[in-house]
Each structure stands twice: as structure tokens, then as C-alpha cells.
Design a protein around this ligand. Structure first.
Ligand code: FEO
Length: 180
């Protein structure tokens, strides 16, 4: 059983992860509109990662006999001054998500909800990777300069990213992740 406070907080986090997916879909679309197909690919893969994050919370609430409540997803930004600004906003967003996961962890501990704490351990580790990726991207764009000719070069590098998470949740996210 999940207590109501924890259930509400986990449902709010599903919404935040879905917003993250929506934001990165929007960023992918913006990169596409600027002719930067590699960066567009990078963000669509990020979109898939966020869907996994949302689905893991959803599955967990159901597994615990709780109620999943989906809310409206806020409209994401759709236009950016530059690729660097877009990457800096990605980093700021990931830092916000890390804080949100940490707040959930605080709640799980104060409520003595150890099962939720174990679930959140996965997200704490995941957020280290999420922030690192965003920091690396910001650093790379600062190094090469946010100019069309250099962006063209790094765009290939972004485009080399491949999908490493499942995209089919028809049998549940845990089954898709091989029980992880
Ligand atoms: Fe779901 Fe990018 O954190």
C-alpha cells in the first residue's frame, strides 16, 4: 500500500517526467527546424528516456495497488535563441528534476516507505547521468562556439547517439527492461 501523500507526490512526478518528454520533443523539433538533424535525434532519444522515467513511476503505483492520476501537461517552450541556450535550459531542467527526486526521497524516508525509497535509488543514479550528459553538451557547445559552421560539425556527433531504452511499453516497462 502507498500512503496518500506518497501517491500524490509520485503522480506529480509522472507529470514532471511527461513534461520532460514533451520539452525534449519540442527541443528536437526546434533543432530539426534549424537543419540540425543530429541534435534533433539526440533530443528524440532523450524523449524516449523520459518516457521510461514516467512509465516506471506509473507501473510502480499500479504494482503497489495505488491510483495513477494523470494531469494536464504544461506547454513547453518551442523556440530558443541558440543551441547553447537550449542545452543550458536542458541542464537547468535536469537540475530541477534532481531536486524533485531528492524531495521524493526525503518524503519516502520521513514516511518510512522503504519500497519507494528503493525505487527512488534508481532515479537518484539516473539523475547523475542526466545532469552529466547535459553538462557535457553545454561544455561542448561553449568550446566549439555556437556558430552555424561549427554546429554543423558537432551535429554529427549528437546524431551518433543511439536508443538504449525500450520504446514499447505494451507489456509494461519492467518487462521491456528485462525485469530492471
Ligand atoms: Fe527524467 Fe531527464 O529526468
Amino acid at each position: 500500500m502507498l500512503n496518500k501523500k506518497m501517491e500524490d507526490a509520485l503522480n506529480q512526478q509522472i507529470n514532471r517526467e511527461m513534461y520532460s518528454a514533451y520539452l525534449y520533443m519540442s527541443m528536437s523539433n526546434f533543432a530539426q527546424s534549424q537543419g540540425l538533424k543530429g541534435i534533433a535525434t539526440w533530443f528524440m532519444i532523450q524523449y524516449h528516456e523520459e518516457m521510461v522515467h514516467a512509465m516506471k513511476f506509473l507501473e510502480y503505483i499500479n504494482d503497489k495497488g495505488g491510483t495513477v492520476t494523470l494531469g494536464a501537461i504544461e506547454k513547453p517552450e518551442s523556440s530558443f535563441k541558440s543551441m547553447l541556450e537550449m542545452m543550458e535550459k536542458t541542464l537547468a531542467h535536469e537540475q530541477f528534476i534532481t531536486k524533485s527526486i531528492n524531495d521524493l526521497m526525503d518524503l519516502a524516508i520521513s514516511e518510512k516507505d522503504y519500497a519507494t525509497k528503493v525505487l527512488l535509488d534508481w532515479y537518484v543514479t539516473e539523475q547523475v547521468e542526466e545532469e552529466k550528459n547535459a553538462m557535457d553538451n553545454v561544455q561542448m557547445l561553449k568550446m566549439v562556439g555556437d556558430k552555424p559552421n561549427t554546429l554543423y560539425m558537432v551535429d554529427r556527433e549528437f546524431g551518433a547517439r543511439t536508443v538504449t531504452v525500450p520504446t514499447d511499453f505494451s507489456k509494461g516497462v519492467s518487462a521491456a527492461m528485462g525485469g530492471a
